[in-house]
Design a binder for this molecule. Structure first.
Ligand code: FAD
Ligand code: DHB
Length: 383
């Protein structure tokens, strides 16, 4: 088969790109190695920046987002005995939205599901400098080839696209901890997210809806989730999030998993007619909720570049795509590393005092609070 853009991966990046291109009459085909049910159910990010929300609404995907998304005008930062609110609205005039990645993916699949080949295997990229194509074995075991003008690798960190870029430079930092995340059928015990530093480790209270809470605990990166009974999780969360006069509501845990934490950047984000977007090119640790938003920002830039090429024959936006995307990637990489380093307990007593000093500074200095707030609500797609 032949199309204009072949997209590898039906995560948020690949699906959004396919959607934005289709709005401007550019054809695409998406190949995905998982099933539609799996892709729709995968629980990941939960916080959308204002520019991400604006982009989704402007592209016609705002109905459910506007009716069930929760606007948050701030977050709470906490350490034992103290909880402080960072007021995004007052400091930046902007907000964030709690709307799960699963919901974004469902909205995208509702409009682009027909463009996706699910449950493919043996995805392979060919002739990326001349006449590119993507071959795969489809769900019925038939070998297929998609010929295209361009190929986009939107296949996440473990995908097959990135290794096709020769002379790739990478920067990587592994953290000695991970996040144990749970989804629980209990109304959130807080109106806004709580990021808590505690000598036993970081904890966070987030949410997905007025009846669904999402919470995280810092654990060792090699921890086995089987060692964490529901009781143990709730006890640990209650200890780390404790504050006088406040109680954590508990309830049935319906999903549980451990995510390793990593910072990773690779460059260039283009080789010939192949472009990388989202987690295929970079990973941030989840503290600060940047991963999904960064993937959307890449797609915003690349979709404009591809549309300019197909509509007007322009190549300048494609030529500068990687450099422009990387400026924002590094800003978000720094912010995520900074939030992670400030809130997770690893080092000695000196590290702890430095972390607490930083937290007190952010919560007492309008300049420091504004710096956190403007990064959290999201800097412009083009820096
Ligand atoms: P992905 O969502 O990874 O999508 C890539 C797609 O490509 C997948 O559907 C995959 O199945 C498919 N694929 C892979 N290989 C192939 C192949 N060979 N052929 C075809 N298809 C292929 N971010 C936050 O901001 N907050 C969070 O709480 C948070 N939690 C996370 C938890 C986990 C377990 C993970 C892995 C990530 C989390 N993230 C979080 C990061 C955020 O979810 C990602 O940044 C976001 O999903 C990036 O979107 P993407 O489309 O680039 O990549
Ligand atoms: C969520 C995840 C994050 O990484 C974060 O910083 C805030 C919220 C979430 O899953 O709700």
């Amino acid at each position: 088969m032949r199309t204009q853009v072949a997209i590898v991966g039906a995560g948020p990046a690949g699906l959004l790109l396919s959607h934005l291109l289709s709005l401007r009459g550019v054809e695409s085909v998406v190949v995905e190695n998982r099933s539609r049910a799996y892709v729709e159910a995968r629980i990941r990010a939960g916080v959308l920046e204002q520019d991400t929300v604006d982009l989704l609404i402007d592209s016609g995907l705002g109905d459910r987002l506007k009716s069930v998304g929760l606007r948050h005008d701030g977050v709470h930062l906490q350490w034992p005995g103290e909880r402080h609110r960072i007021d995004f609205r007052a400091l930046t005039g902007r907000s964030v939205w709690v709307y799960g990645q699963t919901e974004v993916v469902k909205d995208l699949l509702a409009v682009r599901g027909d463009a996706v080949h699910f449950e493919v295997s043996e995805t392979t990229l060919h002739d990326l400098e001349t006449e590119p194509s993507v071959s795969f074995v489809d769900a019925d075991g038939r070998r297929q080839v998609v010929e295209a003008e361009f190929v986009v690798g939107a296949d996440g960190f473990h995908g097959v696209s990135r290794p096709n870029v020769p002379n790739l430079r990478t920067w990587e930092r592994d953290y000695p901890y991970g996040w144990l995340g749970i989804l629980a059928e209990v109304p959130p015990s807080t109106d806004e997210l709580i990021y808590a530093w505690h000598p036993r480790g970081f904890a966070m209270h987030s949410m997905r809806s007025p009846s669904l809470s999402r919470l995280y605990l810092q654990v060792d990166r090699d921890e086995d989730v089987a060692d964490w009974s529901d009781d143990r999780i709730w006890t640990e969360l209650s200890t780390r999030l404790a504050l006088d006069g406040w109680t954590l509501r508990t309830g049935p845990i319906v999903d549980k998993g451990i995510t390793p934490m990593r910072s990773f950047v690779s460059a260039p984000m283009r080789h010939g007619r192949l472009f990388l977007v989202g987690d295929a090119a970079h990973i941030v640790p989840p503290t600060g909720a940047k991963g999904l938003n960064l993937a959307v920002a890449d797609v915003a830039l690349l979709s404009r570049a591809l549309i300019a090429f197909f509509a007007e024959g322009r190549t300048d936006l494609m030529d500068t795509y990687g450099d422009r995307a990387l400026r924002r990637v590094w800003r978000c990489t720094h912010f995520s590393w900074w939030m992670t380093s400030m809130l997770h307990v690893t080092g000695d007593d000196m590290d702890r005092e430095l972390q607490l000093s930083q937290l007190r500074y952010v919560c007492s200095s309008p300049a420091a609070a504004t710096s956190l707030a403007e990064n959290y609500v999201g800097l412009p797609h083009e820096l």
